[in-house]
Write a protein that binds this ligand. Sequence first.
Ligand code: ADP
Ligand code: ZN
Length: 606
Amino acid sequence: MTQNKPLSILHDFYGYDAFRGSQSEIIDHVIGGGDAFVLMPTGGGKSLCFQIPAMCRDGVAIVVSPLIALMQDQITALEQMNIKAAAINSSMSAAEVSSATQQILSGELDMLYVAPERLMMPEFLNLLDQCNLALFAIDEAHCVSQWGHDFRPDYVALSLLAERFPDVPRIALTATADAPTRKDIVERLALNNGRTFVSGFDRPNIHYTIALRNSPKQQVWKFIQEKHPSDSGIIYCISRKKVDEMAAWLREQGVNARPYHAGLSSEIRAENQRQFLQDEQIIMVATIAFGMGIDKPDVRFVVHMNIPKNIEAYYQETGRAGRDGLPSNAFMVYGMEDAAMQRQWIETSDAPDEQKRIQHQKLGALLGLCETATCRRQVLLNYFDDACEPCGYCDTCEQPPETFDASVPAQKAISCAYRTDERFGVGYLTDVLLGVDNERISKFGHNQVSTYGIGKDLSKPEWQNIFRQLVASNLLIPDAKGHGGLQITAKGRAFIKNKSSLFMRHHVKSAATKSFKRSAQKPASPLTSGADKALYENLKAARSALAKAQKVPAYVIFHDKTLTELAQHKPGSLEAMLDISGIGEAKLKRYGKALLNVIIEHDNAA
Ligand code: ADP
Ligand code: ZN
C-alpha cells in the first residue's frame, strides 16, 4: 500500500483535502493492525477513523452500531460516494439477508453494519469465521460501560471479540465518557494493548445558554423566533405528555413540529424520524428516547425544557446540534423541581447503592453548571478533564451574572432547614424566614424557632434563588423521597461550622423578556460573508429536488457547508468543483452538472 492511500481516499471519495486533528494518526495506527480507543466530540469526524482503514485493509470491516433504524442512512451516505457497504439486521427480509451474506462471502464489501445482538449470534459468528476480516469498529462504545449513561446489556458480549478474533484490530469510538467510563470501556473491550486517542472536547460552534424556567413556552418561542425561525432543531421534554403538548402547541403556531417518544407506535416513531432526517426545516419534540445515532448534520439548535440527568447526557444531547461545524445553539431552561424529580428517579431505580451514589454526584455537577457564574464552556470542559479560557460567547461570558456575598443569608437558610428538622421544601422554609403567619407554621410550632422572621431583608424570589444555589453547590440536597424536603449535606454542616464565605448569582428578575444577544464572535447564519445569498438559496432548491427524486435526505447529497462554499467560490467548471469541500469524484459525477448549471444560470441572470 502506498503511503498516501488514506489521503487519496479522503480526497477522491469524500472530497476533503486534509485530515483533522488526530484522524490521520488514528487511521495509520488501525491500518497497521493496532487496537484503538477514540474519544472525539460529536462532529469531530469519528466515522472516517474506521471507514478509511476499512477501505485500506484487506477484507470486510464489521461496524457495530446500536440503532438498526439508522443503519440504512449511513449506508446510503456511503453508497453516494461509491463506497461498498451493507447491513444485516432484524428488519431485513430473509432474501435481503441472504443477498448481503453473499456479498460478504464474495469479498466485495468494505463495510458491514450490524447491531451488537446480531454479532453474538452463533450463526453470524460462523459466517465471520469464513470471511477475511479487516477490523471491528464499535461505535457509541460508551454503551458497553455500566458507568456510562447509556448502558446496553447487548454491548457487554462484545468483550468476546478479543478472544475469538485476536488478530483482527478493534477500534472503539465514543463522544462521551468521563474518566471511569473510559477505563471501563478499555477493560471490557480488551483494548489495553492498543492506543487511546483523546481529542479535545470543545464544540466551538455551539453557543450555550441556560436560563431559569418561568414561562417555558414563551421562552422557547422567543428563542426560536429570534434565533432559528427557519431551521431544524430538537426540543427535549421530560415526559411523553409534555412532548405531546409541546409538539401540538408548536403546530398550532404554524411550526413544522413532530413528537417522538416511547409511547408512540413504532410506525409513527419511524415516520417522524424519517421526516426529521428528510426535512430542512423541522422541529422534533422528544423525550431522550430520541437522538442516538442521528447524524443529521444541519440540526441548528437543541432545547432542554428540563435538566437531563447529568453533564454527559447534556453534552451528548446538545452535541446533536451543529455536526456540520456551522454555528448552532444549545438552550436550556430549568427549575428547582427538576433536581427533586431527578433525585427521586435515581432513588426509585433498581440500581445498586454504589451506582445511585455516583448518579447523585453527577446530578450535582449538572446543577453546578446551571448555576455557575463563570464560563459554561469552561465548566463543561473541566468536567471532561479538558480546559479552555473563558470562551466569550456563552451566556455567562456575554452577560456575566453579577454576584453578591451570600454568606450570611446562606447561613440563615441552612439554619432554618436545621431548625425545622430538614423536612421542608423551599416554599415553607422561605415562609418561615419571612415570618409569615399561617396555620401550617403555627401547627408545627415553627413560629417559635430562632430563624422565624430573620429573613425579612430579602424577597421571596431572592430566597428561592438562594435555596436553588445552595442545592447546586451541594450544601443542601432535596430528600430522596421526592417531596422536596431539603436536607443538610456534610458540606453544608462544614459550611455552618467554619462560617465559610459564599458568593452567589443575583436573582434575575425577568429572564423571559430578556432578548437573546446576537453573539459578537459567531455569525448567526451558516453563510460566510463572501457567499452569495441568492445563489445559496438556488443551490439549496436544486439540492432539495435532487434529494426528493432519490428519496434521500438533502444532506446525503451535500452538506450546507458545501453549498456555502459553492455560493462563495462559484466554480466555473466541473474540474474546479473538485476543490470544494465535500465534492469527491462520485458526487461530482452524480451532481456536478446539475449544480454547475445553477451557478451558470445565476451568473447569466446577474
Ligand atoms: P462524528 O461521528 O465524530 O460525530 P462524523 O464522522 O459524522 O463525526 O463527521 C462530522 C462531519 O465532518 C461529517 O460531515 C464529515 O464528513 C466531516 N468531516 C470528517 N472529517 C473531515 C475532514 N478531514 N475534513 C472535512 N470534513 C470532515
Ligand atoms: Zn463562555
